[in-house]
Design a binder for this molecule. Structure first.
Ligand code: GDP
Ligand code: IMO
Ligand code: MG
Length: 427
């Protein structure tokens, strides 16, 4: 059975955690391949609610092996506290595997993230402040610290020295901060070494062997397509590749192994942090989406910016990820509107544009062109099949599917595992 990728088709927070958890019971491995604890994935199981940041959502399915791949950046203190939080709630986390090649978010990366944002002032990205960008920058600059470095003190010390050499100059001379002591960082990192050792593994080998043995492997993206460093709304993006190709590099699995790419798509749009957002609402509709949808960040507690569904973005996500399916989430949130605007194209400097413009300037000027679809008033949270949905809700789903370029294979009508309408099986 080929591998599946499950990823965000918009700006993150589409409901990836719920979708992954739903499939977790039927797959052998769930693998995070990029990002870090900037992610906030909410999973509701019965009357229990879990907020996961770094751990793959498959950790809540007993039969499934959760894997943190080489492409992820790992804050060891967050990893340990997330694990112990789950253990206290009776979740067995002993099967977790952590790539020895994953990069470590060090305390100085977190400091640099925060001071850089402060320094940018009005031009800030609005990062989660978790050290994500600076850690990936160190990786690319070849001064990163990897999980495996925790097991060789002399190498670790040399690497921390190399990383801090320039950073301390910047921190003291540019940002007016105190220099960070190499020894202190090394000591802190060594303190994590034994605790995370049981999880460290050659995850690339294990995953490829699992695929050879016909096991089912699910790659769980963090963030979303429009936050991708290459394909998103740069520079207002995260510093990794949430798009489908990222699963290959971030887990060491070839593209020929991937058979299905599922885009998680919210029935409207949200965004956290700075950056362009053509369908953003500043009126009572936006406020209502935020309230009914519970649109508040799981990681930072920030209110999410809310807007109508944007089909231009969905089409773009289909294209850059090679999506085979969509999982449409939060359809229940739209219950109660008389008519629902859907953005079908943009108007840019007086011209109608059907596809996402590659130019940042054009995208900043994009105004949504809306079509209005009839709404529904009936409660849909108990719907189990597509036929259970009111005609207008069915029409909304069908219209989105047509505009977005891939079949909608599941529909979320509530946060719980069972509040899902399955149309085509993913497995
Ligand atoms: P993720 O980052 O993509 O995993 O998404 P988040 O967990 O940050 O945000 C999605 C929120 O919507 C969470 O609170 C989920 O419990 C919730 N959710 C997911 N699917 C549905 C759905 O179909 N309906 C409703 N009402 N809530 C949902
Ligand atoms: P999940 O996995 C929504 C946003 C931040 C900021 C930008 C860069 O829950 O969908 P970073 O800290 O990554 O350098 O911040 O990306 N961002 C997210 N927005 N959901 C997320 O994750 C996000 N992870 C990062 O708000 O705008
Ligand atoms: Mg989230």
């Amino acid at each position: 059975m080929p591998a599946l990728v499950l990823l965000g088709a918009q700006w993150g927070d589409e409901g990836k955690g719920k979708a992954t958890d739903l499939l977790g019971g039927s797959v052998d491995y769930v693998v995070r391949y990029q990002g870090g604890n900037n992610a906030g994935h909410t999973v509701v199981v019965g009357d229990q609610k879990y907020a996961l940041h770094l751990l793959p959502s498959g950790i809540l399915s007993p039969g499934c092996t959760p894997v943190i791949g080489n492409g992820v950046v790992v804050d060891p203190s967050v990893l340990l506290s997330e694990l112990s939080g789950l253990n206290e709630r009776g979740v067995d986390t002993s099967k977790l595997l952590l790539s020895g090649n994953a990069h470590i978010i060090t305390p100085y990366n977190v400091t640099v993230d925060k001071v850089t944002e402060r320094f940018l002032g009005k031009r800030k990205i609005g990062t989660t402040g978790r050290g994500i960008g600076p850690t990936y920058a160190d990786k690319i600059n070849r001064v990163g610290i990897r999980v495996q470095d925790l097991y060789d003190q002399s190498i670790l010390t040399q690497k921390v020295e190399a990383a801090l050499d320039v950073k301390n100059q910047i921190l003291t001379k540019l940002y007016n901060r105190r220099a960070i002591a190499v020894d202190q960082v090394v000591e802190e990192l060594l303190g994590y070494a034994d605790k995370i050792k049981p999880y460290v593994a050659d995850t690339v080998l294990i995953l490829n062997q699992a695929l050879d043995d016909d096991k089912v492997v699910l790659f769980e993206g963090g963030q979303g397509t429009l936050l991708d460093i290459d394909h998103g709304t740069y520079p207002f993006v995260t510093s990794s590749n949430p798009t489908a190709g990222g699963a290959c590099t971030g887990a060491g699995v070839g593209p020929t192994k991937i058979g299905r790419v599922i885009g998680i798509l919210k029935a409207y749009t949200t965004r956290v942090g700075s950056g362009p957002f053509p369908t953003e609402l500043f009126d009572e509709d936006g406020e209502a989406l935020r309230r009914i949808g519970g649109e508040r960040g799981v990681t930072t507690g920030r209110d999410r910016r809310c807007g109508w569904f944007d089909a231009v973005i969905a089409r773009y996500a289909t294209r850059v990820n090679g999506l085979t399916d969509f999982f449409l989430t939060k359809l229940d949130v739209l219950t109660g509107w008389e008519r629902i605007p859907v953005c079908v194209a943009y108007e840019i400097d007086g011209e109608r544009v059907e596809e996402l413009p590659y130019s940042q300037t054009d995208f900043h000027h994009a105004k949504p062109v809306y079509e209005y679809l009839p709404g529904w008033q009936e409660d849909i949270t108990k719907a189990k099949t597509f036929a259970d949905l009111p005609k207008n809700a069915q029409g909304y789903v069908k219209a989105l599917e047509e505009m977005s370029g891939a079949p909608i294979s599941a529909i979320g009508v509530g946060p719980g595992r069972d509040e899902t309408i399955e149309i085509n099986s993913f497995l």
